[in-house]
Design a protein around this ligand. Structure first.
Ligand code: FES
Ligand code: FES
Length: 180
């Protein structure tokens, strides 16, 4: 039932559908972590500044602490728990392991989801703030370290694993198509 303060919503999370009754003010992050037990997305700042809570919403990256659960009604939500394919880690996840893309790992779920969303944005030709030529008929931006740093700048890492994260993203981008 839907009233002034609560709504019934459907969330499709990592391929499973959940029917929830949520307070209209509840964030997607809290609905995922406390309502459904998806503790992969982390609560760092709870105010949109660290990226630890990043998930994919219909394939696009969002900070789930600034997304209301009701705004995700009917959407496909992918958290870090849903990235592996039948238990097999995706190339980006493997690259994070092989290239030391994390230390404590707290930011890693958000980094992974953000990187997947970012690579899809780049593949679609979206420019970033450091793309030199943003004219409509300009060349597709080359994905170099500067582009990755800018495009991932919303995801902080207090362990300072940035150089390895950039290497892992570039390694993945050079190897294969990562969107799905
Ligand atoms: S917890 Fe969402 S951006 Fe920090
Ligand atoms: S690996 Fe520790 S915060 Fe990023």
């Amino acid at each position: 039932m839907t009233d002034d303060i609560r709504s019934e919503i459907l969330l499709h999370v990592n391929g499973r559908t959940h029917r929830l009754s949520v307070d209209n003010r509840r964030t997607l992050l809290d609905a995922l972590r406390e309502g459904m037990g998806h503790t992969g997305p982390k609560k760092g700042c709870d105010r949109g500044q660290c990226g630890a809570c990043t998930v994919l919403l219909d394939g696009r990256r969002v900070v789930s602490c600034l997304t209301l659960a009701v705004a995700a009604d009917g959407a496909e939500v992918t958290t870090v728990e849903g990235l592996a394919d039948d238990g097999e880690l995706r190339p980006l996840q493997q690259a994070f392991i092989q290239l030391d893309g994390f230390q404590c790992g707290y930011c890693t779920p958000g980094q992974l989801c953000s990187a997947i969303g970012m690579l899809a944005e780049h593949a679609a030709g979206w420019p970033s703030a450091v793309t030199a030529d943003i004219s409509p008929d300009g060349p597709a931006p080359e994905l170099d370290a500067g582009e990755v740093r800018e495009r991932m700048s919303g995801n902080l890492c207090r362990c300072g694993a940035y150089p390895s994260i950039v290497r892992a993203v570039l390694e993945t981008a050079s190897r294969e198509e990562v969107t799905r």
